[in-house]
Design a protein. Structure first.
Length: 156
């Protein structure tokens, strides 16, 4: 996973980071922050939920719990996703509000091309098996013309 951010505020140094959910929640406890609750891609729309608070957190660079972090005017954070529950946090490096930035998220899924080719081949094999079964099923029921057709008009 690669997260890029570009500060849209004058002179802001950004600090994107990734940390375990419980540690991030403790760090942000009592502070005011927004959480993305829904993202639509086409057209792009981000729905945020506001968590009110009055405390100011310590500067994010001083926190030990983050598993990945970056900082600067145009930081790029790269993280190999591991099992567990994590949160991505974007803050100003001095923890001041508001945080204004434009960001991007890139995900790389290992072996995705090979998985896609395998699924394509599997689908073709299933289609061929289905065709063979249909042909065999149609040939297994011969039409019998030797049986008389009942004459419904004669009452038989």
């Amino acid at each position: 996973m690669r997260i890029t951010a570009t500060s849209t505020g004058a002179g802001q140094h950004l600090f994107p980071g990734v940390g375990p959910v419980s540690a991030v929640d403790r760090y942000l406890s009592g502070t005011s922050y927004d959480v993305a609750t829904d993202v639509s891609v086409t057209p792009f729309h981000l729905t945020l939920a506001r968590h009110p608070g009055t405390a100011t957190p310590p500067p994010p660079g001083s926190q030990w719990f983050r598993v990945a972090k970056a900082s600067g005017n145009h930081p790029t954070l790269t993280w190999t996703v591991t099992s567990g529950s994590y949160r991505v946090v974007a803050m100003n490096a001095d923890a001041a509000a508001p945080v204004t930035f434009a960001g991007g998220l890139n995900l790389t899924i290992p072996h995705l091309f090979a998985i896609g080719i395998g699924m394509l081949i599997g689908g073709i094999v299933l289609i061929l098996i289905a065709i063979v079964l249909i042909v065999l099923g149609a040939r297994a029921r011969p039409r019998s013309e030797s049986q008389p057709v009942p004459d419904l008009a004669a009452g038989r």
